[in-house]
Write a protein that binds this ligand. Sequence first.
Ligand code: PLP
Length: 284
Amino acid sequence: DIAYVNGAYTPLEDAKISILDRGFLFADGVYEVAAVIDGRLVDNAAHLARLERSLKELRLECPASMQEIVEIEKTLVARNGIAEGMVYLQITRGAAERDFAFPKGVKPTLIAFTQEKNILSSLYAEKGIRIVTVPDQRWARRDIKSVALLAQVLAKQAASEAGCQEAWMVGPDGYITEGSSSTAFIITKAGAIVTRPNSEAILPGCTRLSVLALAAEHGLDVAERAFTAEEAYEAAEAFLTSASNLVLPIVSIDGRAIGDGKPGPHATRLRALYLDFARATACS
Ligand code: PLP
């Protein structure tokens, strides 16, 4: 595979950055992940808009224009022959003498690579996934897609050790914030799709945005409000959204079956609707 590092395409095994890179030392950087389906980028305008926002919030200067970034993404997808998978982008504040304050005159680091992954035919889409809840131990600006992911690493590890595929994090307010790498949704017995409103408490999911628009378009009831784990245990359905998993039904939370313990009809329908939308709007 080929990767991109600061202006050059190189074999992945040769792609290197400095040990003084601030992304490595301080997690002083941001990232994005977009799905690739049929060799084309899914929902990429939303991912690039969020990347620009993350950069702005951290006063990080982008070393390339958004148009150049799209070209890098497309080049990697084409050269690596990715039909189905992901493109990963990361921008850090660059390599400089170790000091917390922003360095002067240092060029940010831009890297990108691809990953092949089964997105369309996922076993979990058919069977549904099991999740656990864990305390949300992240900082207060979860709306910024920063590479500081230690809390998410620990959350996902806790899920894995519990035989589950994802963890939903419970914020200090007692309500679910989101998944370690996904947006959290439930569907009430009355049929309302519930997800937490965007704020500094969660990452504004690109898939979330499209799924909410599709739900509204198809006359489904949507309520943007926070919910607790206890409410989720009693929900008719639960599901998550993310670029790399699209829409995945959840069949158990903390060992309690959700609904009848099988993927629910709404979650299954929303996955199909999002997949159609993704294929129809993906760009190459
Ligand atoms: N929330 C968190 C914490 C994430 O890391 C992600 C994606 O990785 C999401 C939500 C879902 O966002 P998106 O749908 O844009 O992939």
